[in-house]
Design a protein around this ligand. Structure first.
Ligand code: BMA
Length: 365
């Protein structure tokens, strides 16, 4: 009898703990963030995907800082459904990010994109806290270790995370709701070109960096973020893809970044990575996305409909995002602008019912 009583108590406690952890998990996200996740999941399972562009409304080819302008919109009359921006250098407390975009403008555009029905993703090419150089400075392989608790840069780095948290908390609509965004720090970590890359830290250190980032945001009341895990296309199987995965309790969306240099190689990489991604997305119940891609200067006039679309449309992704149209480098652009070689083909891509732009978000969600 005693044993039965004890067993009943244990079962009740376990159920209580499960219920509590489920509700804690739910409470760790605002209603808006949960709605964003639901939409990404639904889209992932359907036969369409959002089109995204980095820094879309803040500059483009031949212009910088204009209002209500976008190279994508100038070509097809519609804003991308997903816009991404970068928080690099926000940690230093200046008024511009690493690509010279005023932080105030980023804030305004993130809110505007949400209010027009679109979505936002934020990467963070944060400077190297040890050397003071940029994110690409891989001269020191102790940087991740140094920012973790007990490390020489820990306190300074917590201050940097604080600047990110303050920015996130400042993303509010006119009626006081926090704008949900997909945060994508520590990306392309399976390569070794950022200070948090494969050869620069152990898997344990990389995962600890993620957990520290996530927990810090929670402590600062930042509950309106979804978190994206985006390696490059180095992983050759699901085990390699998951080698540095921080955990299902942190990550909300799985993706990868890859670019075209050689067409055949690009298509092979895309097929390989999309196959792995589809499998891990299903087994972990996460929406998936091609978090960064593109063909610099899009010199192939039918790239959108004959290279990109045929490969991505075979897989259940929620979005595909191309990188920025830099105004300060010639030929560093990934979306068309009026008169660009692939502009007509991009209009066909826009007209395809499988692609979602901002106008579709109200009708197809
Ligand atoms: C890279 C390049 C850089 C830029 C960085 C962050 O891929 O576009 O010029 O500074 O992304 O946006």
């Amino acid at each position: 009898m005693k044993n039965v009583y004890y067993t009943v108590i244990c079962i009740a406690c376990t159920l209580g703990m499960i219920a509590c952890s489920v509700s804690m998990k739910q409470n760790s996200k605002t209603d808006e963030a949960q709605a964003l996740l639901k939409t990404l999941k639904t889209i992932s399972q359907q036969n369409h995907f959002l089109f995204g562009h980095h820094d879309d409304p803040v500059y483009g080819i031949g212009w910088d800082g204009d209002e209500n302008r976008s190279d994508v919109k100038s070509v097809c009359g519609d804003y991308p459904a997903m816009m991404s921006f970068d928080l690099g250098r926000i940690e230093l407390g200046g008024d511009k990010n690493l690509d010279n975009v005023p932080i105030e403008r980023l804030r305004r555009e993130i809110i505007a994109q949400y209010e027009r029905g679109g979505m936002v993703s934020l990467s963070w090419h944060t400077d190297n806290p040890v050397t003071g150089k940029d994110a690409w400075d891989v001269s020191d392989s102790t940087v991740v270790a140094s920012v973790l608790p007990g490390g020489t840069q820990h306190d300074k780095f917590m201050g940097w995370l604080g600047k990110v948290a303050d920015f996130m908390n400042s993303l509010t609509t006119s009626d006081g709701r926090k704008v949900p965004v997909l945060f994508r720090p520590w990306h392309e970590h399976t390569g070794s070109w950022f200070w948090w890359g494969q050869a620069l830290c152990s898997a344990t250190e990389y995962k600890a960096l993620w957990r520290m980032t996530y927990e810090f945001m929670q402590q600062k009341g930042v509950k309106h973020l979804l978190y994206a895990y985006s390696p490059g296309t180095e992983p050759n199987n699901t085990a390699e893809y998951l080698e540095r995965y921080p955990g299902d309790d942190i990550i909300d969306l799985m993706g990868f970044d890859t670019y075209q240099f050689d067409r055949r190689e690009y298509l092979n990489n895309m097929e390989k990575a999309l196959t792995i991604l589809t499998e891990v997305g299903q087994s972990h119940d996460k929406p998936t996305a091609v978090t960064e891609t593109g063909y610099e200067a899009v010199p192939d006039s039918t790239w959108w409909t004959e290279t990109l679309m045929p490969v991505i449309s075979k897989y259940p992704i929620s979005y595909v995002l191309v990188w920025r149209n830099a105004r300060e480098h010639s030929n560093h652009y990934y979306a068309p602008y009026p008169g660009q070689a692939s502009a007509n083909d991009f209009m066909k891509f826009h007209a395809d019912p499988r692609t979602l732009f901002v106008r579709d978000m109200k009708t197809k969600k």
